[in-house]
Structures are given as C-alpha cells and as structure tokens.
Write a protein that binds this ligand. Structure first.
Ligand SMILES: Cc1cc2nc3c(=O)[nH]c(=O)nc-3n(C[C@H](O)[C@H](O)[C@H](O)COP(=O)(O)OP(=O)(O)OC[C@H]3O[C@@H](n4cnc5c(N)ncnc54)[C@H](O)[C@@H]3O)c2cc1C
Length: 393
C-alpha cells in the first residue's frame, strides 16, 4: 500500500507524522513544490520576522526524521497532474503510483495589481523566502505601507514597528479584522496599533498615490486555495476542494486537508474552509489515522491565535454567514486583558481571550453551548462555573 501526500506545509507534515504514529507501514511519499521539508508558517510573521527566532523553528522535524520514519521526500518538485484512473501523480521527473492520495496544496496570497504596478518594492508573505526578504527590508527609517488590515497585515505592522519603521496600514473596511471580530473587539485591535504609532487608514480602498512614498509595500489581502490540480483531475471544487467530515473528496481514494480543503463540518452544519494552523494539524492527524485504518472525522471548532506587540490572543469558533446578535466582554479591554463571547440566539458561536491564557479551555468548552448572556457578562462569576452551567444545559 502507498500514500502520496502533495504539499509541504503543516497539513502535509502532520499527515505523514500521523500515518507513522498510527502504525501505517506502507510506502509514504511527500511531494513538495518548495525546496524545504514540511514547515509551519506562523513564525514567519511573528518570532522570525521580529528577529527573535531563527528560521529553523518553522520545521516540523529534524531532517533525519524522514529517513528514520521511512518517509520519502521529493522537494522542489511540484505535482503537475493526477491520473485518477491509473492512481498516479506526475512530476517533471517521475510518475508516482498511489493507493491513497492526500492533497495538502494550501493557499497562495491574493495579489493586488495596483501594488504590483506601483513601482515600489512589494512583498507578499507566505514562504520562508518571502519572510527572509521582508525581514531584510524592515528597518529604522524605512516607510512601510501595508495593504490589508487582516491578521498578516497587523502582525507585519507590529514587526515593522518593532524594527523602527514608519508604518501605514490601508484597510477598506471601517476597522481592521471587522468581519472576524465585529466592531466591539476590532476596535481594541485598532486602538492597540494606533497606540504603537501605526497610521491606520480605514474605510477607503488604497490608491496608487498612497503607495508612492513607501520604501516597501506589503500586501496581505487574503489567500486563494490552490485547487488547480484537483480541478484538472475532475474532483469537486468550490472555493476549495470539497470533502466530507472524514476529508474524502468526491473520489474516495483522494483526500484533501488544510487550507485547501472545504469540509462538510459535522458540528457547524455547513461547509467551511479554514485557513488556520490548528485546522492543518487536526486534518493531518485525522487523515493519518483514517488511512491507518481508524476512520476519523474532524469535529473541532476552528481555533486561531495571534501575537501583536504585547497582545496575545486565542480564538475558538466561527461566526459564519449568520453572524452574531450579541457580544459579551469580560475584563479590561484597555489593559488589554479580557475574554469575549459572540452569541447567536442564545448559543455561544465564538469566544476568545486576550492575554488571559488560563481562559482558553473554558472558552473552548463554552463554544457551541447555550449560555445566559447576563451570567457571561458578570465578571464575578468564574468561567469554570459558567462551563458547568452550560454543560447542565
Ligand atoms: C505568514 C503567515 C502567518 C500565519 N500565522 C498564523 C497564526 O498565527 N495562526 C494560525 O492559526 N494560522 C496562521 N497562518 C495560517 C497557517 O499557516 C495555514 O493555515 C497553514 O499554513 C495551512 O497549512 P497547509 O499545509 O494546508 O498549507 P500551506 O502551508 O500553504 O502548504 C501548502 C504547500 O503545498 C505546496 N504545493 C502547492 N501545490 C503543489 C503541487 N502541485 N505540488 C507540490 N506541492 C504543492 C505549496 O508550495 C506549499 O508549500 C499563517 C499563515 C501565514 C502565511
């Protein structure tokens, strides 16, 4: 038996680890377009970009792990085609047969033509090489214009400020992170960045003139799932490769995981494609177990974290298209140290903490449960008590 995993990110690396941890003893091959063994990306916009961590922190394993665990690596060799009838994939140099195929092709940054044509040096941040170039160009007296007030834009803003650069962030929405956090909590992030000297320009689309004075432009306006291979192979695709709760595509021999997978989520009750670190891990772990014979669904709520200046936060859940009708804040949003809960019709659909690290497990336990908003808002009632009440219904 053999498994071929296409991709070299966190999802691919976790999948092959899980295959071996789960006792799979067939052939395992990772085919990666990048020249690196599987690595994770969060440090590229945080510890590495800040100069706090060496680049080696990104790798999932020591280089020798792959040989020791009989995982074959093909690096710098993109898969160019899948032949589902023959059960094989093709690179420029070889044809690899598979019994099961795992697509972990991730996503690539959405490009902004206005920036590409601005004549200024432009960075997108996805790969090790992107981060190395960006880190080299951040420095005192440089003027950095960031397009996009999402997670990556804001993390880069924090790193650029730490490097002493003048930073402007251009965001079309009236607040950064508005769609994910809603106005109440998005305002906290806007305040934190302004307090650190970032010039936030909100509520207007960036123009060519806005970028003319920048020494460096960084574009962080979202990512596009890499579905080309899957589409060409005739798999069902709709803003991601469509998979069931066990991560199977429309072809039962082919799985898709991580950023590229759009999952029929059994708990959320809708299709979701989640571009988060924990999801790549959950998917990789689940597909490894399934292919080792232990069929596993992914049921976890999306989880995300960020670090910006001295603000660390963790977020669990998903507002989804239906949004929320009430937000409850506990604690001090100026410190900042607080928890936030978003409710829809009495059910907690998402929760987060800022700088209150013990809160994450109770927050996680409350997401998906009904809760009384007034009890949630009462800082005198401990989170553990609320978890107990939610569990009793
Ligand atoms: C700078 C940055 C910071 C982030 N920080 C956070 C964070 O703080 N918290 C969080 O939750 N998430 C964060 N994320 C998101 C998180 O990194 C992604 O969710 C995660 O990388 C997804 O892993 P993946 O393996 O699915 O995809 P990817 O990491 O995108 O890996 C996919 C790999 O597949 C390769 N590939 C594509 N096509 C082919 C092909 N045809 N043949 C072979 N290989 C191919 C690509 O080259 C790529 O290396 C961050 C992302 C970035 C870019």
């Amino acid at each position: 038996m053999s498994v071929v995993v296409v991709g070299g990110g966190l999802a691919a690396g976790t999948a092959v680890t899980s295959l071996r941890d789960s006792g799979y003893d067939g052939r395992v091959v990772v085919v990666a377009a990048e020249e690196h063994p599987p690595y994770e990306r969060p440090p590229l916009s945080k510890g590495y970009l800040l100069g706090d961590d060496p680049i080696e922190v990104v790798y999932l394993h020591e280089p020798e792990w792959y040989a020791e665990n009989e995982v074959e690596l093909r690096l710098g060799e993109p898969v160019v085609a899948i032949d589902r009838a023959a059960r094989s994939v093709r690179t420029a140099t070889e044809e690899l047969p598979y019994d099961h195929l795992v697509l972990a092709t991730g996503a690539v940054p959405r490009r902004l033509r206005l920036a590409d044509e601005s004549g200024r040096p432009v960075s997108y941040l996805r790969t090790i090489e992107d981060a190395q170039r960006l880190r080299a160009s951040l420095g005192a007296a440089s003027r950095v214009a960031i397009v996009g007030g999402g997670w990556i834009g804001l993390e880069v803003a924090a790193a650029a400020r730490a490097a002493g650069a003048d930073v402007t962030v251009h965001e079309t929405a009236p607040l950064p992170l508005l769609a994910v956090l809603g106005p109440e909590v998005a305002q906290v992030f806007a305040d934190v960045h302004r307090a650190h000297g970032v010039d936030l320009r909100l509520g207007a689309a960036v123009t060519a003139a806005d970028l003319q004075d920048a020494d460096h432009v960084v574009v962080g306006i979202g990512a596009v799932p890499q579905t080309t291979l899957a589409e060409a192979a005739g798999l069902a695709v709709d803003d991601g490769v469509l998979v069931d709760a066990r991560l199977r595509t429309s072809d039962p021999a082919v799985f898709a995981i991580g950023d590229v997978a759009k999952v029929d989520h059994p708990v959320l009750g809708r299709r979701v494609r989640v571009e988060h670190w924990q999801t790549a891990i959950d998917h990789g772990a689940a597909v490894g177990r399934t292919l080792a014979g232990d069929e596993t669904e992914v049921t976890a709520q999306p989880y995300f974290y960020t670090d910006q200046y001295d603000l660390g936060m963790e977020y669990v859940g998903s507002l989804g298209p239906a949004g929320y009708d009430r937000v409850v804040l506990r604690g001090d949003t100026r410190a900042p140290r607080f928890t936030a809960f978003w409710l829809r019709e009495g059910t907690v659909v998402a929760g987060m903490h800022v700088n209150d690290w013990d809160a994450i497990e109770p927050v996680r336990a409350l997401v998906g449960h009904r809760a009384d908003p007034d009890r949630l808002a009462d800082a005198g009632v401990g989170l553990e008590t609320l978890v107990g009440e939610a569990a009793r219904g």
